[in-house]
Design a protein around this ligand. Structure first.
Ligand code: NDP
Length: 247
């Protein structure tokens, strides 16, 4: 179902967690996957594993918080991987603090990685999608963009920014058969949430209608659908994958 053969998909933040899950899922669906992040060794082992399973994948070392480096990094992609027609902007960081204690670096680093990074990479890859008249941009936001979360004004602002970005871009490039959508995960078990205490997790789970934290596969399944031909009439949307944490 939802085959992606013949498409190249670039997934940022693919060195672990949700991005790794998305990269695996899209590769299994037949896409040529470019797994991007800063940690080359983790990307290489993912790519080796995908190759062993008979899938097409390559690694791209990329720091999305340095927009000036993106064009150079993309030049290293071989021609047979171009154009990139599926872009998943998943790389993200947190730097939590209450606003009164949040310094400008904490604010800027989160905005630069989560929001400006997505702007820069989308802009760089959009031309290829426009020329080929087919494209999927999928931005990974968060339910906290919609609900707010004390201690995360920077993160929530960056993730809400992605929603405005996506809805506007959807209007700009829809006529070229390019869709732009957002997946807003709830709490997913990854390194990002591993720091939570068991007590905090128990309190959180009590708020989730489906009674459990999400998995990387839960998020990857939503991205897979939005990347597919079958989602060709869906654009400018926010798909909450939060187990009902946000309804
Ligand atoms: P992790 O911290 O486990 O992974 C983050 C990924 O982003 C890593 O692969 C990391 O790779 C990459 N990354 C971070 N900074 C950069 C950068 N400057 N350039 C390139 N890559 C970068 O996070 P999750 O897997 O949990 O989260 C993935 C996305 O999902 C994030 O956008 C997050 O905000 C969002 N999300 C997560 C939720 C959760 O509960 N886990 C809930 C809602 C949203 P490396 O360090 O190698 O560069």
């Amino acid at each position: 179902m939802f085959r992606l053969d013949g498409r190249t998909a670039l997934v940022t933040g693919a060195s672990r967690g949700i991005g790794e899950g998305i990269a695996r899922r899209l590769a299994e669906a037949g896409a040529r996957v470019v797994a991007a992040a800063r940690t080359t060794a983790s990307l290489d082992s993912l790519v080796a594993e995908l190759h062993d399973a008979g899938h097409e994948a390559s690694a791209l070392t990329l720091d999305v918080s340095r927009p000036e480096s993106i064009a150079e990094a993309l030049k290293t992609l071989p021609d047979d991987l171009l154009p990139v027609q599926i872009l998943v902007n998943n790389a993200g960081i947190t730097a939590d603090n209450l606003l009164g204690r949040m310094d400008l670096d904490q604010w800027r680093s989160v905005l630069e990685t989560n929001l400006t990074g997505s702007y820069a990479l989308t802009r760089a890859l959009m031309r290829g999608m426009l020329r080929s008249r087919w494209g999927r941009v999928i931005n990974i936001s968060s339910v906290v963009a919609l609900m707010g979360n004390a201690g995360q004004v920077n993160y929530a602002a960056s993730k809400a920014g992605l929603i405005g970005f996506s809805k506007s871009l959807a209007r700009e490039i829809g006529s070229r058969n390019i869709t732009v959508n957002v997946v807003a995960p709830g709490y997913v078990e990854t390194a990002m949430t591993a720091a939570m205490t068991e007590e905090h997790k128990t309190r959180l789970v009590a708020e989730i209608v489906l009674g459990r934290l999400g998995t990387c596969d839960d998020i990857a399944a939503a991205v897979h659908f939005l990347a597919s031909e079958d989602a060709g009439y869906v654009t400018g949307q926010v798909l909450n994958v939060s187990g009902g944490l946000y309804i």
